[in-house]
Design a protein around this ligand. Structure first.
Ligand code: CP3
Length: 344
């Protein structure tokens, strides 16, 4: 039965006439029904930790558009919170966390084995979803990659160039590596619990992979992704993993093989024709329409969507955006993208 799901077929390497489709941040502020449920919950974090409402916002884009996959509604920054960091969101600005820049800060974090008390509501959301999703819809769980999560934990916020994380890496490499190791261990357990609760695929978001160069990329982006993937596949044989080393540029080459992931998610900067020749040869790829088309729409959206479908038509492909949809997007443009993918 599971093999009938289009997303799982693509992840198993099958080429399909019409690729399956879902969208990063598909549950989000561009949807009026999301804004209403978020208001009902009180704020973003309360929404994440309320299993009924988190399941509801996960289902909203499935009901509206019939995407082939639902992605669990949660956030990559729940892991730092579960490890003991303070986390809050400033409206219009983004996340804030207590910072980890010294051994004393690090010593206050709890062990990876203690995260589940905080994260239990997330596993509850997964359980609800695995009962309520339509039979043809695949449920995707996720976590942030250790480097990306560490950039927020070190700086206490999002940063344009991940400067504070690079600085700690230079000034106190032992502490930096201990932090990455703690996040890696917690992430394996967190994803494993999502899979036990019913997630059928997991995705690892390394949104800031592109700021790691050379040996640093190998040690802090590729290697943690390989470790997480290997541990999950040992515990849950056959579970597909999607990796997203965003803005990795030429380091996308060989990333899937080296890490053991089943699908490589491509950001906006990757040329689809180049990717078909150089990346899709190693297995499934996901992407990569620029999110701005969800704001601007029109013939440009249609042409770009068709070009991506055409470029990837001879191999396994999951259609998606190159990054998350933004709050100013027009829900009608999402429908236009889906109609173009499905209807030609
Ligand atoms: O629909 C989905 O994609 C599933 C849920 C999801 C969210 N965040 C919900 C969310 C997922 C998979 C994420 C991943 C995430 N979170 C990433 C990696 C992907 C990427 O975008 O690069 C990162 C870096 C974060 C951290 C984060 N969460 C930031 C920087 C922000 C603030 C920026 C913003 O868009 O407001 C968030 C908040 C957030 N996470 C929102 C949503 C729907 C908006 C919060 C709100 O409703 O106010």
């Amino acid at each position: 039965m599971a093999e009938q799901k289009k997303i799982l077929r693509a992840l198993a390497g099958e080429t399909q006439d019409v690729p399956p489709i879902w969208m990063m941040r598909q549950a989000g502020r561009y949807l009026p029904e999301y804004r209403a449920t978020r208001a009902q919950a009180g704020d973003f974090l309360k929404l994440c930790y309320n299993p009924d409402l988190a399941a509801e916002v996960t289902l909203q884009p499935i009901r509206r558009y019939g995407f082939d996959a639902a992605i669990l509604f949660a956030d990559i920054l729940l892991i730092p919170q579960a490890l003991g960091a303070d986390l809050w969101f400033v409206t219009g600005e983004g996340p804030r966390l207590s910072t980890i820049t010294t051994e004393a800060n690090f010593a206050k974090l709890g062990p990876a084995s203690d995260i589940h008390e905080t994260l239990n509501p997330i596993y509850e959301t997964v359980k609800i979803l695995s009962k309520e999703l339509p039979a043809e819809t695949t449920l995707i769980g996720f976590a942030g990659a250790p480097w990306t999560v560490a950039t927020y934990m070190i700086a206490g916020r999002g940063t344009p160039d991940q400067g504070p994380a690079h600085a700690l890496k230079q000034e106190n490499r032992a502490l930096f590596e201990a932090l990455l190791a703690r996040i890696t261990e917690a992430t394996i357990d967190y994803l494993s619990m999502q899979i036990k609760a019913g997630a059928e695929v997991v995705k690892i978001f390394d949104s800031w992979a592109g700021s790691l160069k050379g040996e640093d990329f190998h040690k802090y982006a590729l290697e943690p992704c390989r470790q997480i993937t290997a541990a999950l596949k040992e515990r849950h044989p056959g579970i597909p993993v999607i990796g997203f080393p965003r803005e990795a540029g030429e380091k996308y080459l060989g990333f899937a093989k080296a890490t053991g992931i089943d699908c490589l998610a491509l950001d906006n900067s990757v040329d689809p024709i180049w990717a078909a020749q150089n990346l899709q040869v190693d297995g499934c790829v996901q992407g990569n329409l620029a999110s701005r088309h969800m704001v601007t729409g029109g013939q440009d959206l249609v042409d770009e969507t068709r070009a991506i479908v055409e470029a990837f038509k001879n191999g396994p492909h999951i259609f998606n955006l190159g990054h998350g949809i933004t709050p100013d997007a027009d829900p009608d443009n999402v429908q236009l993208m889906i109609d173009t993918v499905r209807g030609g």
